[in-house]
Design a protein around this ligand. Sequence first.
Ligand code: GLU
Ligand code: ZN
Length: 316
Amino acid sequence: MLEEAKGVKTGRFAPSPTGRMHLGNVFTALVSWLSVRNAGGRWILRIEDLDPQRSRREYASLIEDDLHWLGLDWDEGGLSDNGPAAPYSQSLRSEFYAAALERLRGTGLTYPCTCRRADIMATQAPHQSDGRIIYAGTCRPSASPPFDVGAESCPHAVRLYVPDEVINFQDGVFGRQECNLADHCGDFVLRRADGAWAYQLAVVVDDAAMGVTEVVRGCDLLLSTAQQLYLYRLLGVPAPAYAHVPLLCNAAGQRLSKRDASMSMDELRKHYSPERLIGRLAFLAGLVADASPRSAESLIGSFEIRGIPAVSALTV
Ligand code: GLU
Ligand code: ZN
């Protein structure tokens, strides 16, 4: 952890610059920002551009512009790479992920996996209806860990063994959570065969290196938390606190996505003021009694994480 960050609540917003933000992304950013500002803490903007095919610098720039327009200011990070933990774009942080991978290799819990995506899909149990892919362990060495995987040849992913163990944590919104790593996650990828770093590894390395003490993000990542806590343990670094917020849905009950033009910041900025959007989101977050227009700053004093409903989706 960074010296100057000790004792200061540090939050972050970690968007993937794969499109314009939608109202759900703004909701997450607002809750994280308010939580930090209410505590006099630091807010970091980290650009999660691990996927080179889908990430664009223009989108990161638009995210910054939208945050400015909304009045959500950050203390560190963004495209200007301002701050002690620079760089703040994941595409520039490979050396940190490589170092963490080496440490994890040292635990004897990693192994090479040469399965192709199609093989993995073919071994899926039909009841994996939530879309999570649980690896069947095809390439896992037959002896128990620590593994002696020897020399690794040909392109392969690096996978991490998970024990049959329940991870517990307290979520700031959803309360006590229990997740069995083997049942819910399975052995997971740290580095893909094409060399791309996995989100799970990068997010842990970065949150730790940036001194993040509180992660606020969408509740689609609630289950990922157990994998991340397992990584913190193996890397021997303290984990942040987590609060997962509901995802926003349109009137038809569909989760907002970057493809919904009507809920994208591009469209919303043509029709509404920042105060109208913030006021509406603050009401959804249970922070205020009505949806009248408000600035982000005016909400700082009234922030209470307890107001946020523990539901997976809220209708805009
Ligand atoms: N980059 C992820 C997203 O855009 C967020 C990851 C996180 O907050 O841990 O959904
Ligand atoms: Zn495999």
